[in-house]
Ligand binder design. Structure first.
Ligand code: K7E
Ligand code: CUA
Length: 669
């Protein structure tokens, strides 16, 4: 067993090394991989819309980006877990609370997976969810506004990688721990007591049908393995969730060797309908924890962060027939269910085959108690009993699988750098195409749902050496678009991505664009600092704070001259954008502010806090080219010494009063 592992490893290392050195002697010529009428197939004429939205995770950028397909045009970067000075996200007073956690303000994360909301197993275009790996969080983005609406932290978790995979009616998004950790009261234990003290959890986070609001419904305590990916059952397997896990060796050091010892790790099958019954029957135990739950209030244009103190945990020991392990070769990564819900595909990163499990056989094996022993008290189903079959010699380093609407699967191979198309029923390999290079995730529009829209598969690649103009030591990552409408896959296009793309989903444009919001109605603005018109503008001193209630409309701020601020005071600019027109944001920036700009949408109020450091006159201006006179959209704020005798005044459109000795007390309003 050990020898075969070493052989596999040796082979993989050789192949990997071969692959990397191969970059010097890859196929001759520019090797674009494109032929025929590829350009015409991705050409979206100026003024025309793309057919699909593509939501792409940004990996270590912490953001999500939105592209059009087939053009590959970038439309928007949605700030999620990372601050974004472009949009003032995480910098304005209103948005700071979005990034609050039990560890305080965390301005960054690592976003790997996308989950579009579903109804009846079909994408419904309402929300998109993303995971934060590092400080475990899940975010919900509202697809009316393309803004992050909610972030919930996951307690009892570390490395929220197996997340946020969604059930058929968006009942839950799940979150599995990548790192097991000590839980409970005694957290200060030696790391080498891993086997005794470290545990995993998988969390089921409910999603409110109407508002989308998330809530941690329950967590299931699990053995101390590493959860990697997950997928919900669908159709006949609705009510089940499948999680891939590695490190069933429970190693706590040098995992590349120590967590690759066993021939098989597991896919964990969770009957979440059963878990719900146990929860209802009172089998859960409330554990005291600490996690942040942050919500953006659309009417106040303001986020609030609440620290929650309790979570419901259920232990499989008290809940029989709820979870099972299925052996899966060699450190499974992807774990994907086909559109019918019958087949579950495991992708062992170091495996030479792709095992495909049958839900029908899983049910039969459970009924017959066809077990291969137990793992930490949890039944392990017999591999042969639950296996539909294995795809033989598919490629090297399988990672992820997506599906089309014709019974075909598409698996990404990191090491052999290719996409392999195979038939789900007979497991025959049908086609393979190279990717440039080292593909991670891949995406077929609607690929994880009951209703794939087909047409394309997109590869998200880790390495692009020699594909793009060099940009110093780091090169862009990229996506590649392939036509899958025929028997053979055809490369059409590649385009660079924001950050490192991991999972992505694509959805027909009309499911989203018809609901896209154009403005916020000014009369609905409930921000406590709103200014409902130029005649309501004001500047108010409150202790050592100065609050500026300001409006912005093409092409001026009211007020645009402010005097009487004293050094040591903090100025809060509460800027309300009075526009009621689509796509007319105003920006706001002030010289020297240790902060980003504000970018204020029509009808919205946002606040910039600024503590000036020196006496003087500070310019402020609109940063978004909003009209022909955008460059005139500017003003001044005067900061005086702490003891100065300058009254607090403000004005717009007042020309200079006659200059006298006492100009400082000129009263303007
Ligand atoms: Cu394969 Cu983090 Cu989903 Cu990347 S993961 S590739
Ligand atoms: Cu407002 Cu430029």
């Amino acid at each position: 067993m050990k020898q075969s592992f070493i052989n596999t490893m040796a082979a993989l290392i050789l192949i990997t090394a071969g692959f990397f050195s191969m970059q010097g002697c890859k196929p001759k010529g520019p090797q674009s991989g494109v032929s025929g009428n590829a350009a015409a197939k991705v050409y979206v004429a100026p003024g025309k819309y793309d057919e699909f939205y593509n939501f792409v995770s940004g990996g270590f950028s912490g953001q999500m980006s939105v592209y059009g397909l087939p053009s590959g045009r970038l439309f928007r970067v949605i700030p999620v877990f990372s601050v974004d000075p472009e949009k003032g996200y995480g910098y304005s007073e209103e948005t700071k609370a979005m990034l609050n956690t039990s560890h305080g303000f965390v301005p960054w994360d690592d976003l790997h997976h996308i989950a579009l909301s579903e109804t009846d197993g079909i994408q419904d275009g309402r929300w998109v969810f993303g995971n934060g790996n590092n400080t475990p969080r899940i975010a919900r983005i509202d697809l009316k506004t393309f803004r992050t609406a909610e972030i919930i932290e996951i307690p009892n978790s570390a490395g929220n990688h197996s997340s946020p995979f969604i059930t058929e009616n968006s009942e839950y998004v799940v979150a599995g721990t990548r790192f097991s950790i000590p839980l409970g009261d005694n957290l200060d234990v030696p790391i080498n007591t891993y086997k005794q003290n470290f545990k995993g959890t998988v969390s089921f986070i409910s999603v409110d049908k109407t508002s989308g609001q998330m809530n941690i419904a329950f967590q299931i305590l699990t053995p101390g393995v590493n959860f990697d990916l997950a997928r919900a059952g669908k159709g006949k397997s609705h009510g089940w969730m499948f999680f891939s896990c590695y490190n069933t060796e429970k190693a706590n050091t040098l995992l590349e060797v120590n967590a690759s010892q066993k021939d098989k790790d597991f896919i964990m099958a969770v009957n979440w309908k059963k878990a719900e019954e146990y929860v209802k029957a009172g089998k859960g135990v409330k554990k005291s924890v600490k996690y942040a739950h942050n919500l953006y209030d659309e009417s106040k244009h303001m986020a609030t962060s609440t620290i929650e103190n309790e979570v419901l945990v259920i232990d499989p020991k008290d809940c029989p027939d709820m979870i099972y392990f299925m052996p899966c070769p060699k450190s499974p990564h992807g774990c994907d269910t086909d559109p019918t819900g019958e087949y579950i595909v495991g992708s062992g990163k170091l495996a030479a085959v792709i095992p495909v499990f049958s839900f029908t056989k899983i049910q039969a094996a459970i009924a017959a108690k066809n077990y291969d022993g137990e793992y930490d008290g949890i039944p392990v189903l017999k591999y042969e009993a639950v296996l539909h079959g294995e795809v033989q010699k598919p490629g090297l380093g399988p990672l992820h699988t997506e599906f089309d609407d014709n019974g075909n699967a598409y698996t990404s191979f990191f090491v052999s750098s290719e996409i392999v198309k195979w038939n789900i029923k007979d497991l025959k390999v049908l086609d393979r195409v190279p990717t440039y290079y080292s593909i991670g995730h891949l995406c077929v529009p609607g690929g994880p749902t009951r209703k794939p829209w087909g047409k394309y598969v997109i590869a998200y690649n880790k390495i692009t050496k020699d594909r793009y103009l060099p940009t110093g030591p780091e090169l862009t990552q990229s996506a590649q678009l392939y036509d899958i409408s025929g028997e053979k896959m055809k490369l059409l296009l590649d385009f660079p991505t924001i950050g490192e793309p991991h999972y992505a989903e694509a959805i027909p444009a009309d499911l989203i664009m018809k609901n896209s919001q154009k403005i916020y109605k000014i009369e609905d603005n409930k921000n406590p600092y709103v200014t409902m018109g130029d005649n309501k503008t004001n500047v108010v001193r409150k202790g050592n704070e100065v609050h500026v209630y300001m409006t912005a409309i093409r092409s001026h701020f009211t007020p645009d001259n402010i005097e009487g601020v004293k050094l040591g005071e903090t100025v809060f600019f509460h800027v309300t954008n009075m526009e009621q027109d689509w796509d007319v944001p105003h920006g706001f920036a002030v010289k020297g502010a240790n902060n980003a700009e504000l970018l204020i949408m029509p009808g919205e109020t946002q606040t910039l806090a600024w503590k000036p450091e020196r006496v003087g006159i500070y310019p402020m201006y609109c940063t978004d080219f909003c009209s022909a006179l955008h460059q005139e959209m500017q003003g001044y704020i005067r900061v005086s010494a702490p003891g100065a005798n300058v009254p607090l005044t403000f004005s717009t459109g007042k020309t200079a009063p006659v200059v006298t000795e006492k100009k400082d007390s000129a009263k303007t309003k």
